[in-house]
Ligand binder design. Structure first.
Ligand code: EPU
Length: 335
């Protein structure tokens, strides 16, 4: 067995039967043809292992960044193994703005489309031109953005195509005409500034994230543990009557997105500790490993959150992290 402790950001003491580093198209093909339980990890920043893994873990390690330009935009192809934040920084340093709101999101470029990473009013889908994949037959091809099924923290890669292909790279299109996105809470303060640069936004995003989200090298975690839930207008109206200060964001379909962190905090769970697992006091949406957490501690704490939030508000939270069982992924709704 091989330890996975340093290969995922929760830092749990779990292992796998074997690991395989994937760099070249040939490695991807070989991995796809393995007839045993298998899962892929980029930097392991959005997963919860519920125990040891009885199969092979493929580690995506391909590297490379290519930039081309036309009069309207820069086109960037990033290999799946490239670190996302490093890529945002490299582009910014080369004078290519656009991704600043998505700075400091942990993980690799190849993982970014799976849950359509997002923060501060932007998401990957806003800039994605295509996703390059290696399919079951071993062929490499590009899937255009509109066929990827992007939605709030989801895509076809997370749902109907899960396990059947490997993302080998992503294509980004960054318009030369830079449009700052400042509608989200802490960035509003920058509105109206004459000297505004993408660097300033990037620095603000990095500092807000650092103040709220614990550094996984210090305190194991996988970022937001739960998705923000969408509820029907009737339930939203009733909850708002009972809790006038509750944050809620109207959606196009008439439903309302609620803040899971707020629900958890107001169910009285901030700072709650179970074994070595804890609900992070400064941001209740994040579960942390205080050092000695077992997978069982994290699962039990997550279940307690789901039950208590449901009892208090009648809203069922669904994990945002990928839940991994002994022989593969477990649907998040089944935790
Ligand atoms: N809130 C509380 N208590 C808490 C946490 C949040 O009352 O403990 C309230 C906040 O005051 C705010 C609202 O909930 O009114 C929303 O909180 P915040 O702006 O911090 O964002 P979030 O909904 O908690 C989402 C993403 C984050 C992303 C931030 C910023 C999800 C599941 N999470 O968090 O993404 O960084 O917005 O855009 O959508 C991640 O995916 O790992 C992640 C960190």
């Amino acid at each position: 067995m091989v330890s996975l402790k340093s290969l995922h950001t929760f830092g749990l003491d779990v292992s796998a039967r074997s690991i395989l580093e994937l760099r070249e198209p040939e490695d991807f093909r070989r991995f796809l043809s393995l007839e045993e339980p298998k899962i892929l990890l980029g930097s392991g920043s959005d997963v919860l292992f519920t125990g040891d893994f009885a199969g092979t873990v493929g580690l995506v390690r391909s590297q490379g960044l290519e930039i081309t330009e036309d009069p309207k935009a820069w086109h960037v192809h990033a290999a799946a193994g490239e670190n996302w934040h490093e890529t945002v920084l490299r582009l910014e340093k080369q004078g290519i703005p656009g991704l600043e709101n998505l700075a400091l999101i942990p993980g690799t470029c190849g993982a970014a489309p799976v849950q359509n990473i997002g923060a501060y009013g932007c998401e990957l889908a806003d800039f994605c031109e295509y996703v390059e994949i290696c399919g079951a037959g071993g062929g490499i091809r590009r899937i255009p953005r509109d066929s990827c099924g992007f939605g709030y923290r989801t895509s076809n890669f997370k749902t109907k195509w899960a396990g059947s292909l490997i993302i080998t790279g992503i294509g980004l299109k960054l318009p030369r005409r830079w449009v700052p996105r400042l509608d989200y809470g802490p960035l509003r303060e920058l509105k109206g500034r004459q000297d505004l640069t993408s660097r300033m936004i990037l620095e603000e995003v990095v500092s807000v994230r650092r103040s709220k989200i614990p550094d996984p090298t210090v305190l194991g975690n996988a970022g937001s543990f739960f998705q923000n839930p969408c509820v029907p207008a009737a339930l939203h109206d009733e909850l708002l009557r009972r809790h006038p200060g509750m944050p809620a964001y109207p959606q196009k379909d008439g439903s309302f997105k609620l803040a899971a962190g707020w629900l958890i905090e107001h169910a009285g769970l901030s700072g709650r500790t179970l074994g070595g697992a804890q609900i992070y006091p400064r941001q209740a949406l994040i579960l942390v490993n205080t050092g000695s957490a077992t997978p069982g501690d994290v699962v039990a704490l997550a279940r307690e959150v789901i039950h208590q939030v449901f009892d208090t508000f009648g809203v069922r939270l669904v994990p945002e992290v990928r839940i991994l069982g002994t022989d593969g992924e477990i649907p998040a709704t089944d935790l």
